[in-house]
Design a binder for this molecule. Structure first.
Ligand code: NAD
Length: 480
């Protein structure tokens, strides 16, 4: 049994309650870890530690802060395989995905912000017989709350900029996937990060997460997770006038025009539909295909998806692992039933795989599932399923594709497949999303803004956008 600890003031400690939550390995369905059930008292201790660490850390020169981040990145990189295995075991994703996506991107989060804070420029203006300049200050103790789908990657996407810009932080990872942030704590100790700069409290959202949201010592919160939780955080923090960044759910459209490179589109669409079991907020869950190529796209897409291997995440030949939990598997399967009830056709999948190794028989696996025949208004085309389930919808004109794509409450990302550059720009410009990929998917440059519109979130992260969130700017006007 792996025992997980909180990390407060540089020390690994149990929750004050001494209570634990069972941590379950999704591929086996068995309990394999014990997670501290932290509550208000633990959050209070973490905030005190972060408050005490703030004056010194915020006064530490950017170059020195950067050197800590580089050291953390180097240590993480030296343990890439161990972290990838731990992430896979805790989350259900394949070791290959963790090894090639999650952990390298976590390392990059630290390196990017280490470089950023030593390279960024500010502007001073001279006018009206005055010099005007802006002082950028860290906020103080920031609260970070992260989800289970990309555990280390999304946690470090918050920790790295928070501490790079001179804040101290209290983070609560998802209670479903605490392991790699727990392992990161040893890396932080080894990197000799001053105690209290990063504090980790594990536990349930409504207890531990809510205590972070309500804490008067935390003036800013960065949250990634579901839209319902995001609304709850917004209503808790608004009367307290906290700064809030919300990265929420999506129902992303993958729009395929007849003039695209269909082979490239099919190969990428298989990845954008089923990578990480479809449990990436940026997965394209509605594939809109121009009617003239609908039949050939569907035929090729089904054939390519059939080659996708669902199996033991630790097996190098598996492309898809287990879903995060039994409850989530049941939720995703309930949508397959809803699709049938609404008149949809399950073209592929829709069931749990039968050929699994003995180790994985009780795991939360589902075959990649393709559904057709549902109108854009169907529940499977409106609600976030967040699993290996996609719908394919035909359209005739560009206007219709844009209307369908924009016709949900969400607005996180979209993908446009076309060989016509003018069309690519025209459609990208009209999509109500925070991100559009043209003829590609999931390629990121960390300088670019990232975030959603409508029910997909408020605010932007990445590059200077994260700098704006994690700092306050004071303008000084000084008479010459
Ligand atoms: P969730 O909202 O259930 O939980 C996210 C985090 O919030 C967890 O740590 C949870 O413990 C905590 N939490 C729950 N209730 C809370 C409360 N009352 N106060 C404070 N914290 C609370 O989301 P999830 O199921 O972990 O993640 C899946 C969702 O995250 C999907 O909707 C997905 O689209 C979204 N997501 C969005 C992005 C993005 O960048 N927009 C990225 C990844 C995932």
């Amino acid at each position: 049994m792996q025992m997980i600890s909180n990390f407060i003031n540089g020390a690994l400690v149990p929750a004050v309650s001494k209570e634990y939550i069972d941590g379950i390995e999704p591929a086996t369905g068995a309990v394999y870890s014990k997670i501290p059930r932290s509550q208000k008292a633990d959050v209070d201790a973490a905030v005190s530690a972060a408050e005490n660490a703030f004056p010194s850390w915020s006064a530490t020169p950017a170059e020195v802060r950067a050197s800590f981040l580089f050291r953390i990145a180097d240590l993480l990189e030296s343990r890439l395989d161990a972290f990838a295995l731990a992430e896979s075991r805790d989350q259900g994703k394949t070791v290959t995905t963790a090894r090639t996506v999650d952990i390298p991107r976590s390392i990059e989060n630290f390196r990017f912000y280490a470089t950023f804070i030593t390279q960024m420029e500010e502007i001073t203006v001279e006018s009206k017989q005055c010099i005007h300049f802006a002082l950028r200050k860290p906020i103080g103790v920031v609260g970070l709350v992260s989800p289970w789908n990309l555990p280390l990657y999304l946690a470090t996407w918050k920790i790295a900029p928070a501490i790079a810009f001179g804040n101290t932080c209290v983070i609560k990872p998802s209670e479903l996937t605490p392991m790699t942030v727990f392992l990161l704590c040893s890396v932080l100790q080894e990197a000799k990060l001053p105690p209290g700069v990063v504090n980790v409290v594990h536990g349930y959202g409504p207890e531990c997460g809510q205590a972070i949201a309500e804490h008067p010592g935390i003036p800013a919160i960065s949250f990634t997770g579901g839209t319902v939780t995001g609304k709850r955080l917004a209503s808790t923090t608004a009367p307290l006038l906290k700064k809030l960044s919300l990265e929420l759910g999506g129902k992303n459209a993958n729009i395929v025009f007849e003039d695209c490179d269909l082979a490239d589109c099919v190969a990428t669409s298989v990845r954008s539909s089923f990578t990480n079991q479809g449990e990436i907020c940026l997965c394209g869950s509605r594939i809109l295909v121009q009617r003239s190529v609908y039949a050939s796209f569907l035929e090729q897409f089904v054939a390519a998806t059939k080659k996708f291997q669902v199996g033991d995440p630790q097996d190098a030949s598996s492309n898809m692992g287990a879903l995060i939990s039994k409850a989530h598997l049941e939720k995703v399967m309930s949508y397959i039933q809803i699709a049938k009830d609404e008149g949809g056709t399950i073209v592929l999948g829709g069931e749990r795989p039968t050929k699994l190794s003995a180790r994985c028989r009780e795991g939360f696996f589902l075959l990649p599932t393709i559904i057709t025949g549902l109108p854009p208004s169907a529940r499977c085309n409106q609600e976030e399923i967040f699993g290996p389930v996609v719908t394919v919808i035909p359209f005739d004109t560009e206007e219709e594709a844009i209307r369908i794509a924009n016709g949900t409450q969400y607005g996180l990302s979209a993908t446009v497949w076309t060989g016509n550059a003018k069309r690519a720009n025209r459609v990208s410009q009209q999509l109500d999303t925070g991100y559009v990929w043209v003829n590609c998917w999931l390629i990121r440059d960390l300088r670019m803004p990232f975030g959603g519109v409508k029910a997909s979130g408020i605010g932007r992260e990445g590059g200077k956008f994260a700098m704006d969130f994690y700092t306050e700017v004071k303008t000084v006007c000084s008479k010459l």
